[in-house]
Write a protein of this length. Structure first.
Length: 262
C-alpha cells in the first residue's frame, strides 16, 4: 500500500469534519496506510513516528529476494535502512544491488544510509560505552556498535577487559565513566557486568554471549549469572542480543542528551 500523501490526508480530514467519514473509518484508513504489504512481509511504516526509529530488519532466515524487496521499499520511504544477522553471501549480492550499502562482516549488519553524501557526518546525541570481556565477544559487540551508530549515538569501545585480568578494566575506566549507559558483553561465567556496575553511576545493560565451554550451555550460564548480579544498576537482555542491548542503551543516552539540552 502506498504512502499517504498530504493531499489525501487533507481530503480524509475534510470528510471527517463534514461527518461523511466516521472516526472508526478514519482510523482504519490511516492504519492501513501505515503498512506496506509486500506479501511475505508487512512493513511497519509508522514505527518511526510512534517509537522514534524505523523498523529494523532481522535478516536471518530471509531470502535474498525478500531482503531486496524490503530494502527497496524502506529506501523509497526515506528510511535509513538497518538490518541485523545478514549472512555474508547475502551481503555480497545486496552490495551489488545497493552499492551505497555498508556491511559489517564481523557484526553481520547491513546499512543503507539515507543521505549517502553525508553519511559520515552524523550528528550524535548522547554517549554510550560498549565493553567486552574477551575478543570472542566481538561479533556481538560489533552488532551493538553498529546499532548505536545507526541511532546517532557516540560510542566508546573498550575491548577485552574481562575478569580473568582484573587489572585491565581500571586502566580503561576513563573511556567508560561519564557515559549515559554502558553495554557490557560477556560469555563464560558472565561476571564482568557486575564489576563494571560497581564503577559507574548509569544503567548497565548486560549482554550474555554464547561464548564458553560445555557448561556455559550456549550462554545460559552467563545469562543466569547476570540475572543474579548484586550490582543494582545492572539489567539484562537476551543471549547474543547485541542489537537489543545497544538499542536500549542508545534510547537512554538520547533521552539523557535531550534533558541536558532542555
Amino acid at each position: 500500500m502506498e504512502r499517504m500523501e498530504s493531499a489525501d490526508l487533507a481530503i480524509m480530514a475534510q470528510e471527517l469534519l463534514r461527518g461523511e467519514l466516521s472516526v472508526t473509518e478514519f482510523v482504519r484508513r490511516l492504519s492501513q496506510r501505515a503498512i506496506a504489504d509486500l506479501g511475505e512481509a508487512q512493513l511497519d511504516l509508522d514505527r518511526h513516528r510512534r517509537c522514534g526509529f524505523p523498523e529494523v530488519v532481522f535478516g536471518e532466515g530471509k531470502s535474498i529476494e525478500s531482503l531486496e524487496r524490503i530494502f527497496h521499499r524502506l529506501s523509497a520511504e526515506g528510511v535509513d535502512v538497518f538490518a541485523t544477522r545478514v549472512a555474508a553471501e547475502h551481503a555480497a549480492q545486496l552490495l551489488h544491488t545497493f552499492p551505497d550499502g555498508r556491511y559489517n562482516v564481523v557484526g553481520r549488519t547491513f546499512r543503507i544510509p539515507r543521505h549517502q553524501h553525508a553519511s559520515d557526518e552524523t550528528t550524535t546525541a548522547g554517549r554510550i560505552a560498549i565493553v567486552t570481556a574477551g575478543t570472542s565477544d566481538q561479533p556481538v559487540a560489533e552488532e551493538a556498535r553498529e546499532t548505536a551508530l545507526w541511532m546517532g549515538v557516540e560510542v566508546s569501545y573498550v575491548q577485552d577487559v574481562g575478569v580473568a585480568g582484573p587489572h585491565r578494566l581500571p586502566a580503561r575506566l576513563p573511556q567508560i565513566l561519564g557515559a549515559d549507559a554502558v553495554v557490557v558483553i560477556a560469555g563464560m561465567e558472565g561476571a564482568l557486568p557486575s564489576v563494571v556496575g560497581g564503577y559507574v553511576d548509569c544503567p548497565v545493560i548486560a549482554v550474555p554471549t554464547s561464548v564458553g565451554y560445555g557448561a556455559n550451555l550456549g550462554g545460559i550460564a552467563a545469562l543466569l549469572s547476570m540475572l543474579n548480579s548484586c550490582a543494582a544498576n545492572v539489567t539484562v537482555v537476551n543471549i547474543d542480543a547485541g542489537f537489543k542491548g545497544a538499542y536500549v542503551a542508545s534510547l537512554i543516552a538520547r533521552n539523557a542528551a535531550r534533558r541536558r539540552e532542555g
